[in-house]
Structures are given as structure tokens and as C-alpha cells.
Design a protein around this ligand. Structure first.
Ligand code: CP
Length: 322
């Protein structure tokens, strides 16, 4: 693997290897071995052309904990806001000696373009591109699921295992969600059964051929006793081009994870959200903060999973090359 642009860059074995490496990274952090020398001398550029809190900060923390130097680059305040192209930005990063570029972009396909246009020949990591993919989010979600529910999966274990036999329900704005796309691909590759739940206007055209079930009824999905429910944010900023979308009142009535709905989940089921959350909209405060919620653990998983991704793309590729 030279780049990580989409979950399709991984097969099951590669995904499990990344999750196992993430576990080893977590073990170093839990043993207070905060700083590892693996990427000493490397420079990682965080090129963020769209807002982010979790992904940006956790990539920065991950790179620093592997002893890399980090250059933060936000579109706001840079020459991108004066109209500089992606090509000229990439050529500038190359001239600065970047060893890897983590890129978040509002347009689907920007990370792929950066990886394959020939402007810069270093690993490119997609930190979320438009409505397309967010592969490290899916990996951190799989890591969190495996930690909590690995013993319930068909393999009954953690290390070397997938998510076989688990049932995950993903609820909300599937249409605009790169998190949903990446998670459906990764979770089903790892053996989970996935149900996406949304009103018809928030289900993408073509979702009927995704490797998952599509439901319009959240209460029915809860009645099936899922192992995990992942709530998604409604992406109002991507709804400006028109179309029919449910009103806020309709949305919360049909799709909010209320305290009452959370109480109907099986006792072992976990509640997930990639963040940022709209509290009181897609998720009630009680469900977000309750004992089943693993939302803050997902954030912590983001650091160790991104350490594993950087390690595989930079340190282990270098080792193979030599
Ligand atoms: N989950 C996620 O991508 O969050 P940020 O937009 O804060 O990075």
C-alpha cells in the first residue's frame, strides 16, 4: 500500500494488520511510552482545505508521537484562498521536502488526484474528501468496535480478528456521508452485517447495490437488536444545491437517538458517533453521554489508528525498500 485514499486500497488481511498495529500503538500509549522514534527525521504535512477538529488534531498527535515533524497547512490563511491550484500547492509541498501528505478536501476525488497526478511522489492519506471517503475514520470505528465487541464476534477474540457476525446500524444523512461509505465497505469486509437507516431522500442513488441492508425505519432496526448504533451528523452545508430534505422536526421524530430509543437497545450494544455531534438533533444528550456511549473512545482511537497508518505507509515501506 503506497497511499490510503479509500477503503478499497485495503483487503481484509491489510485492514486487520492495521487494526493489530493500532492495538500495539495503544499499548505503548497506555504504558506511557508516549514518543516512539519510528518516524524521526520525517516531515508530514497536514493539508486541511476543510474544517476539522478530531482528524486534524489526531493526525498531528499521531505524527508527533512517532517523532515526525509536522507542518500544519490550512486553506484559510494560505495562498489557496487567493486561488492557488491543488497542483501548485502540491509542487510547493514537494519543494518543502514533505515525506507524506494528509489531505482533507471539500471535493470528492482531491486525495486521489494528489496521489496519482504525478505532482508529488510521497504517500497521500485521505483525511476525508467531499462525500466520498474517510478511510481512517472507518478504521478507528472498526478498532473501537473490535475492542468492545470482539469477544462477541464469531472469532471471539481481538488480535488478528475481524468483526464477523456483528450487526451495526448506521443512521442519518447517508447521502452526504463519507463516513457511512467507508464504514459500509470496511465493516462488511471484516464480516459485519450493516444496516443503513435514513429517510429515502437521504439515501444515495445506488445504495441498493451497496453490501448492506437499507432501512427507512429506525425503530424496526432497533428491534432487530443490533450490537452497535452509529449516529451521523446531518450535513446541512452539503444540502445547499436543493432537493427535498426532512424538516428538523420530522428528522428528530424519525431518526433521533432519543433516550427512549437507546433504552431499547440490547444491554451490550454500544453507541457511536464520528463527531462533530448536533446534540438534541440526531442524538439526545443522555444517549451521547450515557454509559453505552463510546464517542470519546472513538476520538482516542483516532490517534493510535493514525499512528498505525503513518507507520505502515512510512516506516514499514522504508524497511521493505531497504
Ligand atoms: N470525524 C471527523 O472527521 O471529525 P472532524 O471533522 O472534527 O475531523
Amino acid at each position: 500500500m503506497k497511499h490510503l485514499i479509500t477503503i478499497a486500497d485495503l483487503d481484509r488481511a491489510a485492514a486487520i494488520e492495521l487494526l493489530d498495529t493500532s492495538e500495539r500503538m495503544a499499548a505503548t500509549q497506555e504504558r506511557q511510552m508516549r514518543k516512539l522514534p519510528a518516524l524521526l527525521g520525517s516531515t508530514i504535512v497536514n493539508l486541511f482545505m476543510e474544517d476539522s477538529t478530531r482528524t486534524k488534531l489526531s493526525f498531528e498527535a499521531a505524527a508527533k508521537r512517532l517523532s515526525a515533524d509536522v507542518i500544519g497547512f490550512a486553506a484559510k490563511g494560505s495562498s489557496i484562498s487567493k486561488g492557488e491550484s491543488l497542483k501548485d500547492t502540491a509542487l510547493t509541498l514537494r519543494a518543502m521536502g514533505a515525506d507524506a501528505v494528509v489531505v482533507r478536501a471539500p471535493s470528492s476525488g482531491a486525495a486521489h488526484k494528489l496521489a496519482h497526478a504525478g505532482w508529488i511522489d510521497v504517500p497521500i492519506i485521505n483525511a476525508g474528501d467531499g462525500t466520498h471517503q474517510h478511510p481512517t475514520q472507518a478504521l478507528l470505528d472498526a478498532f473501537t468496535l473490535r475492542r468492545h465487541l470482539g469477544a462477541r464476534s464469531a472469532s471471539g477474540s481481538l488480535d488478528g480478528a475481524g468483526l464477523d457476525g456483528l450487526h451495526v446500524v448506521i443512521v442519518g444523512d447517508i447521502l452526504h456521508s463519507r463516513v457511512a461509505r467507508s464504514n459500509v465497505q470496511l465493516m462488511t469486509m471484516l464480516g459485519a452485517r450493516v444496516t443503513v437507516v435514513a429517510p429515502p431522500s437521504l439515501v444515495p442513488v445506488g445504495a441498493d447495490v451497496w453490501p448492506c441492508e437499507v432501512s427507512y425505519d429506525f425503530d424496526d432496526a432497533i428491534a432487530q437488536g443490533p450490537d452497535a448504533v452509529m449516529m451521523l451528523r446531518v450535513q446541512r452545508e452539503r444540502m445547499l444545491g436543493g432537493g427535498y430534505f426532512p424538516s428538523a422536526a420530522e428528522y428528530t421524530r424519525l431518526l433521533q437517538l432519543t433516550d427512549a430509543r437507546a433504552a431499547r437497545l440490547p444491554e451490550h450494544a454500544i453507541i457511536m458517533h464520528p463527531g462533530p455531534m448536533n446534540r438534541g438533533f440526531e442524538i439526545a444528550g443522555g444517549a451521547a453521554d450515557g454509559p453505552r456511549s463510546v464517542i470519546i473512545e472513538q476520538v482516542a482511537a483516532g490517534v493510535v489508528v493514525r499512528m498505525a497508518v503513518l507507520f505502515h505507509l512510512l516506516a514499514s515501506n522504508e524497511r521493505e525498500g531497504s
